[in-house]
Design a protein around this ligand. Structure first.
Ligand SMILES: *Cc1c(COP(=O)(O)O)cnc(C)c1O
Length: 410
C-alpha cells in the first residue's frame, strides 16, 4: 500500500473529513524553495508552509541551531526553571518590536498565543468581551474562533461553545487609498453603546486566512485612536504578518501605531517547529498580575533556539530587498490576470500575491493542475494566493505565477 493510501486509512488532515478523498501528495524531501514528491517530481513552494518557512527549507543556519540544542537538551518544564534559548529569544523579540512591548509570554502555537492574549486583556480589564472586524482569522481554538469572521469562520458549527464577540464590518478602505469617511462609523457606534469591551483584536493591515484582504494603515490608526479613547486595550495579531511578509518587519510599522498586546507565531521559527509568543507592555503585565496559563511545552528550548537563529538570520540578511523582489515578481506574473473571465481582483503587498475569483475553485481540478505545472500552492474558497519563501528567485516565482495563469486562463 502506498503511504498516501495508509494515510487515508487513519490520518485526519486540516479542515477535512477523516475519509477525505481529495488530492494528497507525499513529500520525501524539502530543500530551499523545493519540495520533492514521492513520485520524483519537484515542486516550487509558494506557500512557505502557511507563512512560516521564510528562509526556505533545511536552511543550514536553522538546522545547526536545532542540532546544537538537541545536543544540550530538547525540553525542560518552564515552571520554576529557565534556560538561555528562552531568555535570549525574549530579549531579541523585545529588541525588534516597539520599545513599549517589554514582557514576553511563550505559547505553543499561534492559536494558543491568541488565547493567551484574550485571557490577558480579560484579566487586565475585568471586562468579558472584545471588539473585532469581520474577515479576520485568528486560529482554531475556542477563544481564537470567537474572533474569526463569523460567516467564513466556524461559529455556526459550534453555536454556544464559541463566545459571542462584537463585530464591525471589514475595513473597506483598500491599502494605499484614502480613508473612506464612513469606514469607522460602526466602530464609533459600538464604542458609544458598549461598556463591556476589554480590547480590540485585529490583524494589522493584512487579513490573512479570513480573506487575504489588504486595508489601509489609516484605518488602523483611526481604529486604535477611537478604541484607546474609549478605554479599550489594543491587541495586534501579527502571527501571519510578522517578520517581514508585508514589506515591513511588523505590519504595525505601516501605521506607526503600537498595540498593548502583540501575538507572534508562524515565521517566528522560520517554519521549523511550532511556537507562539505574546508580547505586552509593562502596564498590561502589571494589570494582569498572575497570568493564568502555562503550557506543558512552554518555551520549548528547541523552538526558542531555532526562533532566535531564524530572527537573526532575517535581520542579518537583506530581507527588505528579498521581499520587494518576490513581490515585484508576483505582481508581474499575476497582473495579467486582472480583468480575465472569472477574476474579481488581483492584489499584491509585500511578498503576498492574491488572485480573488468570482467563484470558489474546484480543488479536485485546480490542485493537481498546479502540481502538474510544478507549483505548490493551496487555494481556498475564491482565493488563489502565494506567499513564497523570501529566498525565492524570479525563476521560482515565475513557475508559481505561470502555473496560476495556466489553471485559471482557458
Ligand atoms: C495561522 C494564524 C493563527 C493561528 O496560528 P496556529 O499556529 O495555526 O495556531 C492566528 N492568527 C493568524 C493571523 C494566523 O494567520
Amino acid at each position: 500500500m502506498s503511504l498516501v493510501d495508509r494515510d487515508r486509512a487513519h490520518v485526519w488532515h486540516p479542515y477535512s473529513p477523516a475519509s477525505h478523498t481529495g488530492p494528497l501528495y507525499e513529500v520525501v524531501a524539502a530543500r530551499g524553495t523545493r519540495l520533492t514528491l514521492a513520485d520524483g517530481r519537484e515542486v516550487v513552494d509558494g506557500m512557505s508552509s502557511w507563512w512560516a518557512a521564510v528562509h526556505g527549507y533545511r536552511h543550514p543556519v536553522l538546522d545547526a541551531a536545532l542540532h546544537a540544542q538537541v545536543d544540550r537538551f530538547a525540553h525542560v518544564m518552564f515552571g520554576g526553571l529557565t534556560h538561555a534559548p528562552a531568555v535570549e529569544l525574549a530579549e531579541l523579540l523585545v529588541e525588534v518590536t516597539p520599545p513599549e512591548l517589554t514582557r514576553v509570554f511563550f505559547a505553543d502555537s499561534g492559536s494558543v498565543a491568541v488565547e493567551v492574549a484574550l485571557k490577558a486583556v480579560v484579566q487586565a480589564t475585568g471586562r468579558p468581551t472584545v471588539l473585532t472586524v469581520r474577515g479576520g482569522y485568528h486560529g482554531d481554538t475556542a477563544g481564537a474562533m470567537s474572533v474569526c469572521d463569523p460567516e467564513g469562520g466556524m461559529h455556526r458549527l459550534f453555536g454556544d461553545h464559541v463566545k459571542q464577540q462584537v463585530f464591525v464590518p471589514r475595513p473597506r478602505t483598500r491599502f494605499g487609498e484614502a480613508l473612506l469617511p464612513d469606514d469607522l462609523d460602526d466602530v464609533r457606534r459600538v464604542l458609544a453603546e458598549r461598556d463591556d469591551l476589554a480590547a480590540v483584536v485585529v490583524e494589522p493591515v493584512v487579513q490573512g486566512a479570513g480573506g487575504m484582504w489588504f486595508y489601509d494603515p489609516a484605518y488602523l490608526r483611526e481604529l486604535v485612536r477611537l478604541c484607546r479613547a474609549a478605554g479599550l486595550l489594543v491587541v495586534f495579531d501579527e502571527i501571519a504578518t510578522g517578520f517581514g511578509r508585508t514589506g515591513a518587519l511588523f505590519a504595525l510599522e505601516h501605521a506607526g501605531v503600537v498595540p498593548d498586546v502583540l501575538c507572534l507565531g508562524k515565521a517566528l521559527t522560520g517554519g521549523t517547529t511550532t511556537l507562539g509568543a505574546v508580547l505586552t507592555t509593562q502596564d498590561v503585565a502589571d494589570r494582569v498580575g498572575t497570568l493564568m496559563h502555562g503550557p506543558t511545552f512552554m518555551a520549548n528550548p528547541l523552538a526558542c533556539a531555532v526562533a532566535q537563529a531564524s530572527v537573526r538570520l532575517l535581520l542579518d540578511g537583506d530581507w527588505q530587498a528579498d521581499v520587494a523582489r518576490v513581490g515585484a515578481a508576483l505582481r508581474r506574473g499575476l497582473e495579467p490576470l486582472r480583468g480575465a473571465p472569472g477574476v474579481a481582483d488581483v492584489r499584491v503587498l509585500g511578498a503576498i500575491g492574491v488572485v480573488e475569483l468570482e467563484e470558489p475553485v474546484d480543488m479536485a481540478v485546480v490542485q493537481p493542475g498546479l502540481v502538474d505545472r510544478g507549483a505548490w500552492l493551496r487555494p481556498f474558497g475564491r482565493l488563489v494566493y502565494a506567499m513564497p519563501p523570501y529566498v525565492s528567485t524570479d525563476a521560482d516565482v515565475d513557475v508559481l505565477t505561470r502555473a496560476v495563469r495556466g489553471v485559471l486562463l482557458p
